[in-house]
Structures are given as structure tokens and as C-alpha cells.
Design a protein around this ligand. Structure first.
Ligand SMILES: Cc1ncc(COP(=O)(O)O)c(C=O)c1O
Length: 396
């Protein structure tokens, strides 16, 4: 550990607790072992099986698997024909991949500021950033909480632009009773180990539009219209590459793991929500630490549990609180540096301080606390104890 705990070396935990971590059980291992004994390690039957199960789980007609959440965003940008001269509005408070996918396609991301209380993209700011070049908006269900999709859909419909939900934080969440995964034209998910379910690396795009789904299936396979298994079944060899695509395929091994993990999604979301409620109760009396607001019209999937520090009620800044919590054995993190402040975006698109002031101010104050289904009650109590200890020691 980098620093001593506040009371001179008596940390709340001796073994550090990460902010997120996968749950893998014997069933998952057996599911992958069965694929290893089968004929198809990739582009076999498990891909379609996982896609069908995933689509059903989120109430969408189609699911297309790809090799990461980033590939899912890239496939979405491709499917929507984003290209040079096009603008796509993205929130400032997200992981860089949300904006990068626009740049991959030669388009320009335009950063919209976020709501102060939830850090979700602010529909009013989106409207202000729309120009004749705007082709799409990518909303991000930051931390696992769905955005205001009624307003975003109304806006997208009125201004004739496409809506993408970067739902990489929100699998298992819902908005007004509708599951995340069918709230936008295209909805993208990540299956990275810190997410709700994992395939190691992996991604999925869901949509009700069969044509877009087919475009993304071709895109993930080099731009080739048929796959190896289809050709084998037809007894032929001929194929054509109709567009420039990538090898973004998810393997059968990964899809078997995904299927096995998906069966556990509901209890895992319930456990994340339990932990969040425990944190909410524990921090309700603290003036220097405030959990982000939760909208009343959705169900939060709690990929992250984010607290905002009140700088007027603490003697130190966020970075000192971060170091103190790490010294207590609590694996806190910061999600995110606003994307427009990264050197690449400053240089290429001329963004900088002032582009999205709400996100910039929030960035100075936020911390993500550990939250994942395998956390024990004791782990949760340790996080609470460490936050109370550090907030108390640094109270202004
Ligand atoms: C909001 C968001 N979008 C996209 C991604 C990219 O997903 P992946 O890491 O699977 O490429 C992430 C990953 O953390 C994310 O948090």
C-alpha cells in the first residue's frame, strides 16, 4: 500500500478490496470445458445461442456479439454510417471509447455536458449541440442508471437523428419498466470482468432493426457476408468481402461463458442493489460525502457506486481522500476524467477546460467505491467503516 492508514498503520483491511471483480463458478468453467471438447471453438453454435438468450434477456429482437464493448460501439457507429463530416453528440463524463468510436469512423464527437446530480447526459445540452451535421447521439447510462430516454427519443425523433445507448454500465437496469437494451436504436454492452457478466473481453449490440443487425454481423467478420460455418453447411467455399470490416468476433468459448453468466444476472443485480442501499443508509448522515442522485423512473444496475465529495466540508481534496481510502485497503477509483480533457481530444478537436463545466467540476469531486456481487457483508462494512473514518479525519 502506498500510504499509511490515517491512524498510523491500522488499516480497516489488510487485504485490499478491488472496486470491481468477476464472479466465476464451477458451472462457468464446465460450460467452457464442454466447448473445448466440441468441434467449434469459434463461430459455432454457442454464438447464436448466446445472442438469442441475450436479446431475450433485454427484450430486443436482435443481439450481435463482438469482441469488446469498444468493438460494439465501433460496430454501432459503422451501422449508422457515421463518416467524415458527421457529428455525434456524446457525454463528457464517460470512458473514452464512447467518443473514440466516432473518430474511428472519421466523424467528430461533440461533447455535451451532464446533469449535476446524476452525471447523466443532459438532454437540454444535447439539444444545444445539435447542428445540421449531427447524425446521432450516444447516451451513456453512467454508473448503471438509465438516462432520460423519453426526452432523448423525443429529441432524436424531432431532429431526425439516431440514438445509441452506450449501456456498458447498465445491463440488468430498466427505465420506466423497460429493460436497458431496447431503449435506443442501438444499445451497446461490455462483457469485461468488472461488468455485470463477463466473457473475459466481449461486447454485444442489441437492436430491433434487423437490417442494422445484419450490417454489424458483416462488419464483425471482415466485411464478409457469410461465415465459415454457413459455407461449410452449404458445401461451398465462395465468399465476398462487400465492405471494410474487422475481426471483431466473439468465440464459442466466450459465448458459452456468457450464457452461463447470463443465468445469474438477476441475483447479481439484486446483490449490487443491496450493497448500494447499505451504502446509501450509511452515508445519509454525512455532510462531506454524497452519493449521486438516483432517478425515480428507473432501476439502477449499479456497475459503479459513485460518491461526490463536498470540498467545503473537507480539509483535503479528492486525491488525498483517494489515497487515504487506498491506504485503508479500499480499492476506490475515479470514473472518469472527462473525455474532452484527454490530450488526444484537446489536440485533435480543440476541446479543453470550459467545454463541459459541470463534468469538469464533478471530476474533481468523485470517487467510485467497491461494488460487485461477490462482496461479502463484511467487505461492505469495511468500505463503510473506511469512508466514515476518512471523512471524519478530514472533516473541515
Ligand atoms: C461507458 C463505457 N463504454 C465503453 C466501454 C468499453 O468497453 P470494453 O472495455 O469492453 O471495450 C466501457 C468500458 O469500461 C465503458 O465503461
Amino acid at each position: 500500500m502506498a500510504d499509511l492508514a490515517i491512524d498510523g498503520g491500522h488499516p480497516v483491511r489488510k487485504t485490499p478490496l478491488p472496486y470491481g471483480r468477476q464472479c466465476v463458478d464451477e458451472e462457468d468453467i464446465q460450460a467452457m470445458a464442454a466447448v473445448l471438447r466440441s468441434d467449434w471453438l469459434t463461430t459455432g453454435p454457442k454464438v447464436q445461442e448466446f445472442e438469442e438468450a441475450f436479446a431475450a434477456a433485454v427484450g430486443a429482437r436482435h443481439a450481435v456479439t463482438v469482441s469488446s464493448g469498444t468493438a460494439a460501439l465501433h460496430a454501432a457507429a459503422y451501422a449508422l454510417n457515421i463518416g467524415p463530416g458527421d457529428e455525434v453528440i456524446v457525454p463528457a463524463m464517460t470512458f473514452a471509447a464512447t467518443a473514440n468510436c466516432v473518430v474511428y469512423q472519421g466523424g467528430a464527437p461533440v461533447f455535451a455536458d451532464v446533469d449535476r446530480e446524476t452525471l447523466l447526459i443532459d438532454p437540454e445540452q444535447v439539444e444545444k449541440k445539435i447542428t445540421p451535421r449531427t447524425k446521432a447521439v450516444i447516451a451513456v447510462d453512467y454508473a448503471g442508471q438509465p438516462c432520460d430516454y423519453d426526452r432523448l427519443q423525443e429529441l432524436a425523433g424531432r431532429r431526425r437523428i439516431k440514438l445509441v445507448d452506450d449501456a456498458c454500465h447498465a445491463l440488468g437496469g430498466s427505465y420506466k419498466g423497460r429493460p436497458v437494451g431496447a431503449l435506443a436504436d442501438l444499445n451497446t454492452f461490455s462483457l469485461h470482468p468488472v461488468k455485470h457478466i463477463t466473457t473475459g473481453e466481449g461486447g454485444v449490440i442489441t437492436t430491433n432493426d434487423g437490417e442494422l443487425a445484419q450490417r454489424m454481423r458483416v462488419f464483425r467478420n471482415h466485411g464478409i457476408t457469410s461465415d465459415h460455418r454457413q459455407r461449410e453447411a452449404g458445401g461451398g467455399w465462395f465468399y465476398e468481402m462487400v465492405d471494410l470490416g474487422y475481426n471483431y468476433r466473439l468465440t464459442d468459448l466466450q459465448c458459452a461463458l456468457g450464457l452461463s453468466q447470463l443465468r445469474k444476472l438477476k441475483p447479481w443485480i439484486a446483490r449490487r442493489q443491496d450493497i448500494a442501499r447499505r451504502y446509501d443508509r450509511a452515508f445519509a448522515g454525512l455532510k462531506s460525502v454524497r452519493p449521486l442522485n438516483v432517478r425515480p423512473d428507473g432501476s439502477h444496475a449499479y456497475h459503479l457506486y459513485v460518491i461526490a465529495l463536498d470540498p467545503d466540508r473537507l480539509r483535503v481534496k479528492r486525491d488525498a481522500v483517494f489515497a487515504a481510502l487506498r491506504a485503508e485497503g479500499i480499492g476506490v477509483n475515479v470514473h472518469y476524467i472527462p473525455v474532452h480533457l484527454h490530450p488526444f481530444y484537446r489536440k485533435r478537436f480543440g476541446t479543453g477546460l470550459g467545454t463541459c463545466p459541470v463534468a469538469e467540476a464533478a471530476y474533481e469531486r468523485i470517487l467510485s467505491l467497491p461494488i460487485f456481487p461477490a462482496m461479502t457483508d463484511r467487505d461492505t462494512e469495511d468500505v463503510v467503516a473506511a469512508v466514515l473514518k476518512v471523512a471524519g479525519a478530514y472533516a473541515a
